[in-house]
Ligand binder design. Structure first.
Ligand SMILES: Cc1cc2nc3c(=O)[nH]c(=O)nc-3n(C[C@H](O)[C@H](O)[C@H](O)COP(=O)(O)OP(=O)(O)OC[C@H]3O[C@@H](n4cnc5c(N)ncnc54)[C@H](O)[C@@H]3O)c2cc1C
Length: 381
């Protein structure tokens, strides 16, 4: 069997790539190793800027519409900010991903569920793709197979930068707001996001702490959480990119997108928006330019995604090194601007440039400024 493109992985990145390709008349096969709907560990928060990239009918997937939130410090002190218009949406990944795959199928993609990608073999004019359901031939192979990407591994790529993340579900009185706490882990944050009538509680860190122990403390100390039970915790990794060399986009006619490409922001670990956007850019590159698809794709990722990841990384470095200062800025314009970013009205570059001066002033005003600096220098040694 021959296809123009074979996409491996039915998450947001793969399903979107397949949909955008099928919409342009490309003969595309999407293979997903699990039967859908399948569970995916994720807080399921979509920044509102994703809306134009989603297929018709996506609103039915929304469990909670987010209008603002709390920026907290260790679950004790909070700045609150709420808007009239939505800034984000919460979805359930099992249902949302299934919806995206169904949309790809409705657009004309062939979908093979319960089919695992095993390996590829490059021939002169095509690629042989071995799957658990047999061998197919294709012009382009897309790896959208997540953190442990087999396609990426066959290209010799290894993950170097990632958050370790743990998540559980419990009750809290939260419907239209999210909670983000700094001061919980060395480099990262804790969250409480509504999820229907429950909440997702979790943390993401690039530090070396015992995430289960920290989560236990976080749940125990947090004033929003009455139920202190931490049963049912699950963990997974969130890769991210700070610079061009961290992005694994593939080569020639074998391309990667989403988590397999590390297409995730290093501040929050937001990967759904970038995975869907990456899928669109990749599909456009395949449709536009069958000769130099990799170069074309790399160019548009460099133009439209990399600057966001780069400046999110710069903000992450400051915010997670000086977490008290980051929290103190929550009372000013910084969080307002952040909500603008989620809505698609601002970029991370804009946030960084506008926030840097305020950040330095906050840092200088901090009582124990010199102690913080000395402490940071000593800790780095
Ligand atoms: C705890 C946690 C919370 C998070 N919260 C958020 C959040 O609130 N908002 C946000 O934007 N991001 C969040 N993320 C990140 C987000 O989940 C990922 O960035 C996103 O899922 C990436 O999508 P993807 O399509 O690239 O990969 P995935 O969603 O991982 O999909 C990959 C798919 O490939 C399939 N697959 C794998 N191997 C094969 C194979 N060999 N053959 C066939 N199929 C295969 C898998 O079954 C899977 O369906 C969170 C992550 C974690 C761990």
């Amino acid at each position: 069997m021959r296809f123009d493109a074979v996409v491996v992985g039915g998450g947001p990145a793969g399903a979107s790539t397949a949909r955008f390709l099928a919409q342009q008349g490309v003969k595309v096969l999407l293979i997903e190793k699990k039967r859908l709907p399948r569970f995916k560990l994720c807080a399921g928060c979509l920044s509102a800027r994703i809306a134009p990239l989603l297929p018709e009918g996506w609103e039915a997937e929304v469990l909670n519409t987010i209008r603002g939130g709390f920026l907290g410090f260790r679950g004790e002190r909070f700045h609150q900010i709420v808007r009239k218009e939505p800034v984000a949406y919460i979805i359930d990944r099992a249902s949302f991903d299934h919806f995206l795959v169904k949309s790809a199928s409705e657009a004309g993609a062939d979908v093979w569920e319960g089919t695992e990608f095993l390996e590829f073999e490059e021939e002169k004019d095509s690629i042989l793709v071995r799957t658990s359901a047999g061998v197919v031939k294709t012009d382009f192979l897309v790896g959208a197979d997540g953190f442990y990407t087999k396609v990426g591994k066959q290209l010799g790529l290894r993950k170097r930068r990632f958050f370790r993340s743990v998540e559980l579900w419990t009750e809290a009185d939260l419907r239209e707001e999210v909670v983000i706490d700094v001061g919980v882990v060395r480099r990262g944050y804790g969250w409480i996001f509504p999820k229907g009538d429950r909440v997702s509680v979790g943390l993401a860190t690039t530090g070396k702490e015992n995430t289960l122990e920290v989560l236990k403390r976080y749940v125990n100390d947090h004033s929003f959480l009455k139920n202190k039970d931490i049963g049912g915790v699950k963990g997974w990794m969130i890769p991210f990119a700070l610079r061009e060399e961290n992005l694994h986009l593939g080569r020639s006619r074998i391309l990667l997108v989403g988590d397999s490409a590390n297409m995730v922001d290093p501040l929050l670990g937001e990967g759904i928006y970038y995975g869907v956007l990456g899928g669109k850019l990749l599909a456009e590159a395949i449709v536009r330019n069958t000769e130099n698809v990799y170069e074309e794709y790399a160019r548009s990722v460099k133009d439209k995604i990399l600057p966001e990841l780069f400046y999110a990384g710069k903000i992450a470095k400051l915010a997670y090194t000086f977490q008290r200062v980051a929290f103190s800025m929550g009372g000013g314009h910084a969080v307002e601007r952040f909500l603008d970013l989620l809505s698609g009205k601002r970029s991370y570059k804009d946030l960084y440039i506008k926030g840097l001066k305020e950040f330095v002033i906050s840092l200088l005003h901090f009582e124990n400024f010199s102690h913080i600096i000395i402490d940071k220098i000593l800790r780095r040694r």
